[in-house]
Design a protein. Structure first.
Length: 255
């Protein structure tokens, strides 16, 4: 009996041919669209150039594979934290832990990307925050900084709000999370606080003693005035008695 080869499976051959085409098509479709979530904005970039028009809103956006990309920016509130050292006006070293709450201007993310790219924390936020902190701390003496921590933080916040607005960054709040001086300085401050408290206590004791002395003088003056008045009253009484006796004697002589 002669051997008869099997006929090729036409359906399988078709599937084998179509499979790569389907895979390529799926890749093209997936790479040709970008989903922008709520709280985000997109920038369409064509062959390295930012496309004209406003930033892309949330939703599904198509792009030309290999020619275009969509860079997505968050416009939600973000927190930038930093830990740095700086010097006060009187050359005291202080370690600062601080935080900045901010968000990008939704209508200007295309200009942000055009000027700074997508790494705005490293290129804009960090250097600006560090620079302003060092400048501001350099205007305060260490002891005054301890007493006016909130005032200093508010000054930094206002300056950052002005300067970062030029980069389309909206500052919401700046705060010191920790302000730490050297052990030697903190010990010195503690000694000064104790000395100040002791001085206030001594001043209070002195004032109390002075007040006691004033009260004693007032009492002595009052007693002296009372004795004087009593003496005057007695003298007047003696004078009246003497006058009365003298009149009586004159009456007896006449009789």
């Amino acid at each position: 009996m002669a051997f008869k080869p099997k006929a090729p499976n036409i359906q399988w051959n078709r599937f084998a041919i179509l499979l790569p085409i389907l895979v390529v098509a799926a890749i093209v479709v997936l790479s040709g669209s970008t989903v922008i979530d709520s709280g985000e904005r997109g920038v369409r970039v064509t062959l390295g150039k930012v496309s004209d028009g406003p930033p892309l809103q949330d939703g599904l956006h198509l792009k030309i594979p290999l020619m275009q990309k969509i860079v997505v920016f968050s416009i939600r509130t973000q927190k930038f934290r930093t830990n740095t050292e700086a010097f006060t006006k009187d050359v005291q070293c202080v370690t600062i832990q601080a935080a900045l709450n901010y968000h990008l201007d939704p209508g200007q993310v295309d200009d942000v990307y055009r000027k700074f790219g997508s790494d705005i924390d490293r290129l804009v936020i960090e250097p600006k925050v560090l620079s302003v902190i060092k400048d501001e701390l350099g205007t305060w003496e260490a002891v005054r900084l301890v007493e006016n921590r909130e005032t200093s933080a508010k000054a930094i916040e206002e300056r950052l709000r002005r300067e970062l607005a030029e980069c389309h960054v909206v500052v919401q709040a700046f705060m010191y999370e920790n302000v730490d001086f050297s052990n030697a300085f903190e010990s010195s401050v503690e000694r000064k606080v104790v000395e100040s408290q002791n001085a206030l206590a001594q001043k209070y004791v002195t004032e109390q003693e002075v007040e006691k002395q004033k009260q004693a003088v007032i009492r002595a003056q009052a007693e002296a005035e009372a004795i004087k008045l009593k003496a005057q009253a007695e003298a007047e009484a003696i004078e009246l008695r003497a006058s009365a006796i003298s009149k009586n004697l004159n009456v007896l002589v006449l009789e």
